[in-house]
Design a binder for this molecule. Structure first.
Ligand code: CMP
Length: 139
C-alpha cells in the first residue's frame, strides 16, 4: 500500500554538507519526494514537534540541537514508506546502526543522528501538517 511519511534532515546533516547525499539515498531507495523545504526551527517550534519527549532527560539538549541551524523537512511517498524509511535510517544510536544505513554513514551521536522519520501512520498524520500545508504537497 502506498503510504506517506515525514522526514527531517537534521541540522547536523545540513551542516556537514550531506543533504544531497542523503536525498540521493532516499530517492535511490524508491521514495518519491512530494514536499521539500528548508526551515530553521525556533526552540518553541521544536518543542511542539517533539512534545512526546518532554519528560526525557535529553529534551533540553535536543531542543537546542534541533534549533541550532537549518533542517530540510520532507514528505515522502512509497509502498511501506514508514517502515522502509526507518530501515534506511538505522538505529537511533549510530553506534548500533547497521551497515548501509544513513545513521551508520553520516551520524555522529545518539542526538546528532542526521535524520528523523515518522514512527507510525498516526505520527506521520500529525507530523506532516506540522510543517506542510496541503498546497505544499504535490500529489
Ligand atoms: P528522533 O528519531 O528524531 O526522535 C527523538 C530524538 O531525540 C532522536 O531522534 C535523537 O535525536 C534524540 N535522542 C534520542 N535518544 C537520545 C538520548 N538518549 N540522548 C540524546 N538524544 C536522544
Amino acid at each position: 500500500m502506498t503510504e506517506r511519511t515525514f522526514s527531517i534532515i537534521k541540522p547536523d546533516g545540513v551542516r556537514q554538507g550531506d543533504t544531497g547525499k542523503i536525498l540521493a539515498r532516499i530517492e535511490e531507495t524508491g521514495f518519491k519526494i512530494l514536499g521539500l523545504r528548508m526551515v530553521q526551527m525556533t526552540s518553541r517550534h521544536a518543542e511542539g514537534f517533539y512534545a512526546v519527549h518532554k519528560e526525557r532527560p535529553f529534551f533540553g539538549s535536543l531542543m537546542e540541537f534541533m534549533s541550532s541551524g537549518p533542517c530540510v523537512v520532507m514528505v515522502l511517498e512509497k509502498e511501506n514508506a514508514i517502515e522502509d524509511l526507518r530501515k534506511l535510517m538505522g538505529a537511533t544510536d549510530p553506534a548500533k546502526a547497521d551497515d548501509g544505513t544513513l545513521r551508520k554513514d553520516f551520524a555522529t551521536s545518539i542526538e546528532a543522528n542526521v535524520i528523523h522519520g515518522s514512527d507510525s501512520p498516526e505520527t506521520a498524520a500529525s507530523e506532516i501538517p506540522y510543517f506542510f500545508t496541503s498546497l505544499q504537497i504535490q500529489d
